[in-house]
Ligand binder design. Structure first.
Ligand code: GLN
Ligand code: ZN
Length: 758
């Protein structure tokens, strides 16, 4: 038989039971015993589901109260010393304090796991970091699974990836210098697991799929040679991109197998199959672990059969990556359109698919005739179904000719036409779009959704908010006001709900970090815009002021990156469809007299492929999609974009090629470092560096803002410089927001006066 295994499963519960238990524990409303019970029940159900689907080796170590990387740091005794905790006797409240901070210590940093929306806790590495293995939690879970009658395979993030993903916290210190000590700790951990009777262990080294430097790849070699005699059999897990360039390394390592992601990188399958030694396991991930679509079982089986012919039972099957990144169970969805639902598979359904594949490999396709027929029918339906396919949308994208993404005139001419009517002072001021989302706003929106608030009352409530927001901006004398986005729950969901081709689930939650879960919209079909989406609210806001009101849209890349996306057409095509839908909105806004329009693209960087070699291709279509969304706008219409919280230094030429008239970017946290890069690059259009961090209620001092603005004036010609906060203000309260913006305005006015006297 071909072993069916997996490295991880959603751990928040089908209805987010863990989230609610943990949050109640934080509030003191649940005891530790109660949360532990919820956790154990989730693990029990997860393992039972996996076993029932036919999984042979079930994961242990994938469960976590907050983050599995943090758990591993605890197991290795490598928690930051600054907390003063005893890692060997860490209590649950202390564990949560590492993740969330406490009265004296700020929380450990977190950041996105590769190109997913999952955030892991970033290890803090010091020259004197010591490791001390304490595997009691992991071993307890191993015992728990075994007591329930399961065969298991613990999963750990590998040592090289762990070191690489951490941050060096001392000067003149290289993370990799910790490798020898860390390897000793891992080796001891593996020996302890072997002593517990663990046979197989999966050690994930996704670093192999990223473009890590040669010395890091060398470290992989060192590491796994070191683990050769620990008494466990190791399968190295890789995912999210091809590892074909490391084939020879992987072949030569003294490990027992490797897992490869053949959804993200199907081309590596033949490379591996052709060269893989018959005495080692090749685990092939052909069921997408991080999307919501049903697999084409017939194709999957046909692809695997020749691999089986070559490798026999050393072919293993698994999801492409941990199922942590997929929603848990489609069966609990009650409101999803039946047809759309029939094209989907969440984690539980993916397990069933793998069970069918396993059966087919063992007993032939005929033994799973019905399942294959159902899968074929879904695939055939998806290929032609009118809910998905809109000929007009397809024709519109197909008709795009070279140059169709260009504005009428170059920036130098456009900006003159814009200045002519906008009459802005030097150092114009604006904000990024959202203003405080007060409890009243959220309650009104929720009540309206539930039908408890009439449309007229909802409309009045939102207008009242917008009017207040505009009035406050008038008082502050912000040059380019916004309406404040009161009516938006979320910058992607708001548009998704109004676009054809998007749908929404009730329980399709995915863990983002800790107890925070997100429910990404699903793009299932061709995207178009049946009706204007923002014109009503923006026009109302404009009617309240003589200043140029800035309309707010979410850009095509961010619209797909923060959604689950259909897998039947290329991403570039999806992006273009969204861009054209947004273009309809831009032109309607313009017609309605909204002649400043911001198209947010905060996700442009995180949607980049892992491999640098694929960046140019991605950036070409991503930037084209952005340009398409504003094409046809008059020269005098000013297009803004906004980006934040990512590394942008290495993609400045692409950002420039987006050709927005104004870009506002988050910079204050890095003391304008990013802006210096924009300056060195000679970014050609207008630019608004963020002058204060919106994550804190603290009101910045005038000196702080002045310092940042003066720095900005050194690198960007003052006639192209704007003044604005780092990002949207929706997480702030009104009082601090007004005070913060007041300081920003005061400093701006001071500098304007200075410039006028020059
Ligand atoms: N316009 C959005 C806002 O202000 C942008 C948010 C973001 O950059 N993530 O909230
Ligand atoms: Zn932002």
């Amino acid at each position: 038989m071909n072993t069916f295994h997996l490295s991880g499963y959603p751990r928040i519960g089908a209805k987010r039971e863990l989230k609610f238990a943990v949050e109640a524990f934080w509030k003191g409303a649940k005891t530790e015993a109660e949360v532990q019970e919820t956790a154990a029940e989730i693990r029990r159900l997860n393992w039972a589901t996996q076993k029932a689907a036919g999984a042979d080796l079930l994961p242990v170590g994938d469960f976590s109260f907050y983050d599995h990387v943090l758990d591993l740091l605890c197991t290795l005794g490598a928690i930051p010393k600054r907390f003063g905790f005893d890692a060997a006797n860490l209590s649950l409240p202390e564990y949560f304090q590492l993740a969330r901070g406490n009265a004296t210590q700020f929380a450990m940093e977190m950041t996105k796991w590769f190109d997913t929306n999952y955030h892991y806790i970033v290890p803090e590495w010091h020259a004197d970091t010591e490791f001390k293995v304490n595997a009691k939690n992991l071993i307890a879970q191993i015992k728990e699974a075994k007591a329930q009658g399961h065969d298991i395979k613990p999963t750990l993030v590998g040592p090289v990836t762990l070191l690489w993903l951490g941050k060096a916290k001392d000067d003149n210190f290289k993370r990799i210098s910790l490798l020898p000590k860390l390897l000793q700790a891992y080796a001891q951990l593996l020996r302890e697991l072997a002593a517990e009777g663990v046979d197989w262990i999966q050690i994930d080294e996704p670093i192999l799929a990223a473009d890590a430097d040669e010395n890091w790849i060398k470290a992989v070699e060192t590491a796994y040679k070191e683990f050769a005699h620990t008494g466990v059999r190791i399968i190295i897990g890789t995912y999210f991109a091809s590892v074909a360039e490391h084939l020879n390394l992987l072949k030569s390592l003294p490990v027992h197998g490797v897992h490869i992601d053949c959804v993200r990188a199907p081309e590596q399958l033949s490379v591996f199959t052709d060269a893989w030694p018959q005495n080692k396991v090749l685990s092939v991930g052909l069921i997408d672990g991080r999307n919501v679509w049903r697999a084409n079982l017939s194709k999957v089986i046909d692809t695997l059969e020749p691999v089986k012919a070559k490798l026999g039972n050393n072919l293993w099957i698994a999801p492409s990556c941990s199922l942590l990144h997929s929603p848990q169970d489609l069966a609990v969805e009650e409101k999803l359109d039946g047809e759309i639902k029939s094209w989907m598979a969440f984690a539980a359904q993916k397990l069933v698919e793998l069970g069918v594949v396993k059966q087919a490999l063992a007993h032939g396709k005929d033994s799973v005739k019905e399942e294959i027929a159902a899968s074929d029918a879904a695939a055939a339906d998806r290929a032609t179904n009118k809910l998905i396919h809109n000929d007009a949308v397809k024709a519109r994208v197909a008709a795009l000719v070279k140059g169709a993404d260009k504005r009428n005139s170059p920036f130098a001419e456009r900006i003159k036409a814009q200045q002519a009517w906008m009459n802005l002072p030097v150092l114009p001021t604006t904000t990024i779009g959202s203003f405080p989302q007060t409890t009243e706003i959220r309650q009104a929106r929720a009540a309206f959704k539930k039908g408890e608030l009439s449309e007229a009352d909802y409309d009045a409530a939102m207008k009242k908010e917008i009017a207040y927001c505009v009035e406050e901006q008038e008082k502050l004398e912000l040059d380019v006001p916004v309406h404040g986005e009161a009516e938006r729950n979320d910058m992607v969901e708001y548009f998704g709900e109004q676009l054809a081709g998007y749908c929404f689930t009730q329980f399709g939650w995915v863990q983002s970090y800790g107890s925070r879960c997100v429910k990404p919209p699903i793009i299932f079909g061709d995207v178009s815009r049946p009706n204007p989406m923002t014109v009503y609210w923006s026009s109302y806001a404009q009617s309240l002021t003589k200043r140029p009101m800035k309309g707010m849209l979410t850009g095509p890349v961010t619209m797909f990156k923060w959604s689950f996306v259909r897998d039947d057409i290329p991403l570039s095509e999806v992006a273009k469809q969204i861009a054209l839908a947004l273009n309809d909105e831009v032109l309607d806004l313009e017609k309605a007299g909204i002649k400043v329009i911001q198209i947010d693209e905060p996700a442009i960087r995180e949607a980049m492929p892992l491999k640098k070699a694929q960046w140019d291709e991605y950036l070409a279509w991503a930037c084209e999609a952005f340009r398409l969304s504003s094409v046809g706008a008059e020269d005098s219409t000013q297009i803004h974009t906004h980006m934040c919280y990512s590394e942008f230094n290495d993609i400045l030429p692409a950002i420039a090629s987006m050709d927005a008239d104004v870009i506002t970017i988050e910079t204050s946290r890095s003391d304008m470092e990013l802006l210096t890069a924009f300056g060195d690059f000679k970014y050609p259009n207008d630019i608004g560096p963020g002058v204060y961090d919106i994550h804190s209620p603290r009101v910045p001092t005038a000196d702080e803002i002045e310092h940042l603005l003066r720095k900005a004036m050194e690198v960007v010609p003052v006639e192209r410089l704007w003044v604005n906060p780092d990002c949207g203000l929706k997480t702030r309260g009104w009082k601090e927001t007004i005070e913060q913006l007041q300081v920003m305005m005061d400093v701006t006015k001071k500098l304007r006066a200075e410039l006028a006297n020059k």
